[in-house]
Design a protein around this ligand. Structure first.
Ligand code: HEM
Length: 368
C-alpha cells in the first residue's frame, strides 16, 4: 500500500472515531463551561435561543399561526407527536427520523402510523437553517410550535424551557407506547416509568380534548367488549348508536373512520373532554375508565367545568395543570449540552463532516 493511502486511511479512522464519540458525548448538567474566566453557559432554560438565534421564536410562531389558519388538526397532530416522541427515548425528535436501509425508524411502529404534523416542523426547520444554521433543534421546534397551536386553539400558555438537542437513534423496535385498552393501573405505571404521576396522567389525557381516534382503536368496545360478544356497558346508548354507524362491524380497511375524541368541542383545547367523560361519552376505553377508578375519578371531576372551581381559565384548574404537566413531559430524557446533535434536517441524523470542505455552517465539534 502506498504511504499516502495508508496515512489517508488512518486519518479517516481517527476522524470517524472523533465523529462517533462527539455525537454521544455526555453533557454536564444544565450548565456548560464558558471557557477560562467566563461564566458557565446555560444549556437548558427559558428563551435559550435569545442570543444564538434571536429570530427563532418569531419564525416558529409565524409558521405555526400560518399553518393553524388553514389546518386546525395541527394542534392534535403536534400534541400526539410530542407524547409519542417524549415517551420513547425522551424528547429528542427521534420520532421524526426516517427509516434508512438497515434501520426501521420509530415513525414506522404501529402506534405512529397516524402521526401527522411533520410537514410544519420540516418547514420551520428549513426557515431556521436559513436564519441560524445548525442552532435550533428539531426537538425544540416541536415544543415551541405546540406552545403556539395550543394557545391558538384556546388552551393555556405552556412555558417550555428550550435547549433540547436532537437524538441520533430511532428504532421502531424501541417503541413501547401504552395502548388504548390498558387499565388505569397500567397507565399509571407507564407514566411512572417516565417520571410522571397520576395527576400528570389525567391532566395530559386531557389532550384528547382535540383530535380523533380511528375505529380500530375502540371498535372492540362497540361489538365485543372483553370477549363478551356485547358492547361496553359504560358507553352512553346514544353515543353507542352513533359510533356503530361510524364504525360498522363489516367495515374493511386497516384503521376505519376517524371519530372525534372530544364529542363536545373537538377543535378547542378546553375542558369539554372531561365533561364528556362524565356523560359516558369517552371514546377510548382508558379515557372512560378514568371516571371509574378512585385514583383518577376525583381529578376528572375537578377538571369538569361545572364542578371545578373557576379560575381565569374556563374549567377549573385544568389549564394551569396542563401547562405544568406538558413542561414535565417536555423535560423527559432531554439531551443538553454536548449530547446528541442539532440535526440539519429533522428527518435524518447528520452525516459526519469528513470530506466536506465547508458546509457554511457554524458548527461545534459535538454537532458533527
Ligand atoms: C396512556 C396514554 C395514552 C393512550 C393510551 C393514548 C391513545 C391514543 C389513541 C389510541 C389515539 C388515536 C390515534 C388514531 O386513531 O390515530 C390517540 C389520539 C390522540 N392522543 Fe393519545 N393517548 C395517550 C396519551 C396521550 C397524551 C399524553 C397526549 C398528549 C399530551 C395525547 C394526545 C393525543 C391527541 C392530541 C390525539 C389525537 C391525534 C390526532 O387527531 O391526530 N395522548 N391517543
Amino acid at each position: 500500500m502506498e504511504k499516502g493511502t495508508l496515512i489517508g486511511g488512518l486519518l479517516v479512522v481517527v476522524l470517524l472515531g472523533i465523529c462517533v464519540v462527539s455525537s454521544v458525548e455526555a453533557a454536564g448538567g444544565n450548565f456548560q463551561q464558558g471557557g477560562p474566566g467566563r461564566a458557565p453557559q446555560p444549556t437548558y432554560g427559558l428563551n435559550f435561543y435569545r442570543k444564538s438565534c434571536p429570530a427563532a421564536e418569531n419564525i416558529i410562531t409565524s409558521a405555526a399561526i400560518k399553518k393553524w389558519n388553514t389546518d386546525k388538526t395541527i394542534t392534535a397532530g403536534l400534541l400526539r407527536m410530542f407524547f409519542h416522541d417524549c415517551f420513547v427515548t425522551g424528547c429528542d425528535a427521534s420520532l421524526l427520523i426516517l427509516s434508512t436501509p438497515g434501520n426501521q425508524a420509530e415513525i414506522e411502529a404501529g402506534p405512529n402510523l397516524t402521526i401527522h404534523g411533520q410537514d410544519l416542523i420540516n418547514t420551520i426547520k428549513t426557515q431556521l437553517e436559513a436564519a441560524c444554521p445548525g442552532v435550533v433543534s428539531c426537538a425544540d421546534i416541536i415544543a415551541l410550535a405546540i406552545r403556539e397551536v395550543v394557545l391558538l386553539a384556546g388552551g393555556p400558555f405552556i412555558n417550555f424551557p428550550t435547549g433540547r438537542r436532537d437524538g441520533v437513534v430511532s428504532q421502531a423496535s424501541a417503541v413501547n407506547l401504552p395502548g388504548p385498552s390498558i387499565t388505569v393501573s397500567q397507565a399509571i405505571a407507564a407514566f411512572q416509568s417516565i417520571g410522571l404521576n397520576v395527576n400528570d396522567l389525567v391532566t395530559l389525557l386531557g389532550a384528547h380534548t382535540v383530535g380523533v381516534a380511528h375505529c380500530v382503536f375502540f371498535s372492540d368496545r362497540l361489538y365485543n367488549f372483553q370477549g363478551t360478544g356485547r358492547p361496553d356497558p359504560t358507553i352512553a346508548p346514544s353515543l353507542l348508536k352513533s359510533l356503530k354507524a361510524q364504525c360498522p362491524q363489516s367495515a374493511t380497511g386497516a384503521l376505519g373512520n376517524p371519530v372525534a375524541l372530544d364529542q363536545g368541542t373537538p377543535f378547542r383545547v378546553d375542558t369539554s373532554y372531561f365533561q364528556q367523560l362524565g356523560l359516558n361519552h369517552g371514546i377510548l376505553q382508558l379515557d372512560q375508565e378514568l371516571t371509574h377508578d378512585r385514583r383518577t375519578s376525583g381529578l376528572v371531576r375537578s377538571f369538569t367545568p361545572s364542578q371545578g372551581r373557576r379560575t381565569g381559565f374556563s374549567g377549573g384548574q385544568w389549564g394551569p395543570s396542563f401547562a405544568r404537566s406538558m413542561v414535565k413531559l417536555g423535560n423527559v430524557g432531554v439531551l443538553t449540552g454536548n449530547k446528541g446533535q442539532i440535526r440539519h434536517t429533522c428527518g435524518a441524523i447528520n452525516q459526519c463532516q469528513i470530506g466536506r470542505k465547508s458546509a457554511g455552517h457554524r458548527q461545534s465539534s459535538a454537532n458533527l
